[in-house]
Write a protein that binds this ligand. Sequence first.
Ligand code: TRP
Length: 452
Amino acid sequence: MWSNRWLFVLAAAGSAVGLGNLWRFPYITGENGGGAFVLIYLICIALVGIPIMMAEVLIGREGRQSPVNSMRSLTQQHHRHRAWVLVGWMGVVAGFLILSFYAVIAGWALKYVFSMAGGGFAGASGDQAVAAFDQFLGSPWEMLLWHTLFMALVVFIISRGVVAGLETAVRWLMPLLFVLLAVLVGYGVTSGGFAQGVDFMFGLEWGKLTGAGLFDALGHAFFTLSLGMGAIMAYGAYVPSSVSITNTVVTIAVLDTLVALAAGLAIFPVVFANGLEPGQGPGLMFVTVPLAFGQMPLGALFGTLFFLLVGFAAITSAISLTEPALAYFVEQRNVKRSKAAAGIGVVCWLLGVGTVLSFNEWADVHLLGQMTFFDLLDYFTQNILLPLGGLFIALFAAYALPKAVLKHQLGIKTALSEKGWLLLAGVVAPLGVLAVFLVTIIGLDNIRAWLS
Ligand code: TRP
């Protein structure tokens, strides 16, 4: 059990804050045209993400086992349909799929630790930074090396049991990451592109929002908060009963959102000051951040440190991706932790090779329309598996668990707050997910045409 409230906050924040905030949020914001997309994302965090995160923590804490077994024992105890257990299994699968590409991108960050340390970016131009990144993407063997290194680190850490290292990593390194983000935002302010960057992120131009953007915003809200696959549920199993779920969850969500916004404010000014393309895709952070540090005194040092911290943030997130599967194997199958860890590592590593190749050898292999293997994995997990998982988790908490359990877990005292929570988790969050699915199926443009 986490020894106190803060340890859980640290672990959950370590899970939430990762590549999703630093790498993914800026690049999908760029691809989706900024402002309106960011607003939708914030609404998804508040109305869908927070209630679902509360549901995950409370199910975990009530079940006190791995997500699969928590779901199983709660459905048995309260005589619900066995099919609810599938939610747990779906999470295990989603965790494998996500980790497989997460490790590849985290490998990019490791590579950039060394690129920055080599000082190669001092005074680099935008074109040079883009070229350096493209060259790296073109070398599958090099990418495979870093991908393998990251996966090996994760397996090493999880096979030893996590809590001690996790606490130190999050308690010391996360604040340091915030400091470096602040340095980058400070640089952005002086870069000459700040006003444009802010305008891009917060200027509301509804015309730029597409149906795909709406879908991405919802999917990203799940991804960035680590929701929908049981990671937070697994951590919730270790939360002491005295901790307030509501306060904790709100703290984590706010923190996670602030980090994402800071990353955007660090990156977009650099984009505009250097005439780069905001919608350039997954390379955005790897082009803009070296560029910014390359123009600062002590930039090589700061830049090295920055990518090192990105790597740490990625590790604490990757650990949580494995926890539902790992906890299950250890408690149910009596497998040794190190064996289970190695097994997870090998499967995810193999799948990850597909992502590595998506950026070079297989760049022209398109599945389902225009998607590469990586695009497909990313889309299928974030936009479909996680929101579906979250939808069922919310419904389970709101309707399948007895109200007494909810009240006890959430410390609800008044009928009004009970109604309020049920409205959020049982109605608003599920309808939000369904509405976005529906809009995606119908097409936002068709709805616009129909409305006007
Ligand atoms: N939230 C992490 C990030 O933003 C990634 C992550 C960790 C995750 N655990 C998860 C995403 C579980 C979805 C589900 O980088």
